[in-house]
Write a protein that binds this ligand. Structure first.
Ligand SMILES: [Zn+2]
Length: 98
């Protein structure tokens, strides 16, 4: 029996050529390769942190308008934390395919 291949790109002219190892897309059977599972996780994390960063930036503007310095500092810290996580995720995304 032929090995099942990763479903990513299966409907394109450039399908993934790795064998499936993990269930991912709501399936109980393995359907994606390890690299694609990690890439999908990272894409999800990236989106979550981008949303969080945008919210924090909005709160930062409110804090600035309030004139409460401590609140502005906290929002700046939270924003920096989001940016740090985003750069860590971006760095790992770059390494998934190496
Ligand atoms: Zn794959």
């Amino acid at each position: 029996m032929a090995a099942r291949m990763c479903m990513m790109g299966s409907r394109t002219t450039r399908p993934c050529e790795n064998e499936v190892t993990l269930p991912y897309c709501g399936s109980s059977e393995p359907d994606v390769c390890e690299q694609h599972a990690r890439a999908l996780d990272l894409a999800h994390d990236l989106e979550e942190f981008e949303i969080a960063r945008d919210y924090v930036a909005g709160f930062g503007k409110v804090a600035e308008a309030s004139g409460c310095r401590r609140l502005s500092e906290l929002m700046d810290q939270a924003c920096a934390e989001c940016e740090m996580h985003l750069s860590v995720i971006e760095a790992e995304r770059g390494m998934v395919w190496k």
